[in-house]
Design a protein around this ligand. Structure first.
Ligand code: CP
Length: 307
């Protein structure tokens, strides 16, 4: 195992199982809510977020605080990056200030491949354009593992469908890789403009209708239409049409007999891919995913940084 978590493949299956087990331990510590375990008390972690974030940034911050690390929120818009300094130079300078790890979210794809050979501190990918979001995938796997009695064998019997903008989703790509590693059967569905041309590379299959997805799936993962990255009309006629044909509501799933589970990495567009009644219903694991993010991310930080 290296010092970075840039891609799912930076951890072996055994590493990931160890991280999930540690996340479970951390979640069930019988300690006060804001306990500082002091496990990373001599570590400096810098946060560099070039794109907005609520869940990832706050849960990594909370995870670092649980472990007792010192955190620094690097204000990207007020830094010397705006005076022409490159990201590599910035990180090298922050290393001189004592950085042990960088948690980075970037809009562009490919920075990490360049940075990893130049930077000694740990690099943690907190979302990379449309390409990778590995910590989200790990917390989603944890949430399913928890939901199915912490039994990886039960996960192998599941059918999971990801619906929405698969092509431009960093979450979907990381999830498909991770689920494949754990031998979990996946399907994808959405407007054909959003589907992968090479689903077999991700060990997944394309479904033909929402009804098919609802009938065969134990778990459905909905994705957000990333309006900030795209002109949605290039992909489907209107948000209303999207909601009608690809969105889920309590009304659409209430006739499904089995206990289908609905996940979403967040943030969700209410009334587009999901309606709020469903998001806040007992079918939804959405807020469990958010809560689990803290413990999974703490386990990732501990694994990378604890000596
Ligand atoms: N799921 C996710 O990455 O959410 P944020 O953009 O709020 O971090």
């Amino acid at each position: 195992m290296g010092k970075n978590f840039i891609d799912i493949k930076d951890f072996s299956k055994e590493d990931i199982i160890e991280i999930l087990n540690r996340a479970k331990e951390l979640k069930h510590l019988n300690k006060p809510k804001n306990v500082n375990l002091g496990l990373l008390k001599d570590k400096n972690i810098y946060f560099l977020f070039f794109e907005p974030s609520t869940r990832t940034k706050m849960s990594f911050l909370k995870a670092a605080s649980l472990l007792g690390a010192t955190t620094f929120d690097f204000e990207t818009s007020k830094s010397s990056l705006n005076k022409g300094e490159s990201l590599i130079e910035t990180l090298v300078n922050l290393e001189s200030l004592g950085a042990d790890a960088f948690i980075i979210r970037v809009k562009e794809v490919g920075f990490f491949d360049i940075l990893k050979n130049k930077i000694k501190a740990s690099l943690i990918n907190a979302g990379e354009g449309t390409y990778r979001h590995p910590s989200q995938a790990l917390l989603d796997l944890y949430t399913l593992w928890e939901e199915y009695d912490y039994d990886f064998e039960k996960l192998k019997n599941l059918k999971i469908t990801i619906i929405g903008d698969i092509k431009n989703s960093r979450v979907a790509r990381s999830l498909l890789k991770l689920f494949s590693l754990f031998e979990i059967k996946t399907f994808i569905y959405g407007p054909s403009t959003y589907l992968l041309e090479n689903p077999e590379v991700y060990n997944t299959e394309i479904l033909n209708s929402l009804e098919e997805a609802l009938n065969i799936s134990d778990v459905i993962i909905l994705l957000r239409i990333q309006l900030e990255r795209q002109n949605a009309k290039k992909y489907f006629p209107s948000l209303k049409t999207y909601n009608y044909f690809y969105g889920l509501s309590l009304e659409k799933i209430k006739n499904i007999k089995k206990n289908i589970k609905i996940m979403h990495p967040g943030p969700f567009n209410e009334g587009v891919e999901i309606n709020s009644e469903l998001a806040y219903s007992n079918y939804s694991l959405i807020f469990k995913q958010v809560n689990n993010g803290v413990f999974v991310r703490a386990a990732i930080l501990e694994k990378l940084l604890k000596i």
